[in-house]
Design a protein around this ligand. Structure first.
Ligand code: PMP
Length: 287
């Protein structure tokens, strides 16, 4: 079955899909992206992801490339053409093609929209049952981490450090010793007092769509939640910890640097949240 990509109005064979060398995304990282999970052929938390796409674009003064309903339609067409039951849709919008210059193009250009899909097997993921180990790295990103920019170099360096350490993810730690988030996920701990803690929303972290859903599910499940920054030391001493993202759901963390959490196995709160999230994603969160 051929694999399709969507590029600026056309569905083309993935291997032949190209963009212009003066696309500002390619040359300057001038663009944003979204990743939406596909579960049983349906999109999970679609409205939240499209809201965040619109917000990221407006913060950078890039127009929506097409109307929101058209994006929704292209996503569905991509899922259909690529026969994706479970996986993700990746969408990227850049400011467009213009002669290289740091300042915005003086003549308006059309923003560029690209979409790809990826197949994933969420049912058979060892990370959910065994948990994962993570490392920590210094926070070295820019000051607008709430914008989902394609400029991901510090995130790539952090994730590569994790891979080289045999770990799943790297949590970034700011100059004051507080955890911001993972390189591609939000960071959570369950304190000794059984409070679920994740950093509050401001420009320091990405406003994770999964984070929002998991907070709501935690409250529904009677878990006490606190949105505040936590230190690395608190994380080392936590009962449990998790990473959340669209494609990693609620991934239990069993070791942070050299500190094993609990008995080194996923804890009961994390497993409860994961189950609640899976039910939501396969049910009322899907469209
Ligand atoms: N933080 C960062 C830096 C990310 O890249 C991601 C994944 N896109 C997240 C958090 C989680 O966001 P979401 O739940 O919307 O996937």
């Amino acid at each position: 079955m051929p694999r399709y990509a969507y590029v600026n109005g056309r569905y083309c064979h993935h291997g032949e899909a190209t963009v212009h060398i003066e696309d500002r995304g390619y040359q300057l990282g001038d663009g944003v992206y979204e990743v939406v999970t596909i579960l049983n052929g349906k999109m999970v938390d679609e409205a939240g992801h499209l809201d965040r796409l619109e917000r990221s674009l407006s913060e950078l003064r890039i127009d929506m490339p097409v109307k929101r309903d058209v994006i929704r339609m292209i996503c569905r067409e991509m899922v259909k053409r690529n026969g994706i039951d479970n996986g993700l849709v990746y969408m990227q919008v850049t400011r467009g093609v213009a002669p290289r210059n740091h300042a915005f193009p003086t003549k308006p250009v059309k923003p560029a929209l690209v979409m790809t899909t990826k197949r994933m097997d969420f049912a058979r993921m060892a990370k959910f049952t065994d948990g994962v180990e993570i490392i920590t790295v210094p926070e070295q990103r820019w000051a607008r981490r709430d914008i989902k920019t394609i400029g991901l170099l510090p995130n790539c360096l952090g994730k590569q450090a994790a891979v080289e350490a045999g770990a799943y993810e790297a949590w970034q730690v700011d100059d004051d010793g507080y955890v911001t988030e993972g390189t591609s996920s939000n960071a959570w701990i369950l304190t000794k007092e059984k409070k679920l803690v994740t950093r509050q929303l401001n420009q320091d972290i990405l406003h994770g769509i999964t984070r929002k859903t998991v907070l709501e599910l935690a409250v529904e499940n009677g878990i006490e939640v606190e949105e505040r920054a936590f230190t690395l030391q608190e994380a080392y001493e936590a009962l449990e910890a998790y990473a959340t993202s669209a494609t990693s759901f609620v991934t239990p963390i069993v070791k942070i640097d050299d500190h094993v959490l609990g008995n080194g196995k996923p804890g009961s709160f994390g497993l409860k949240l994961l189950a609640a999230y899976q039910e939501y994603a396969g049910g009322k969160g899907a469209s």
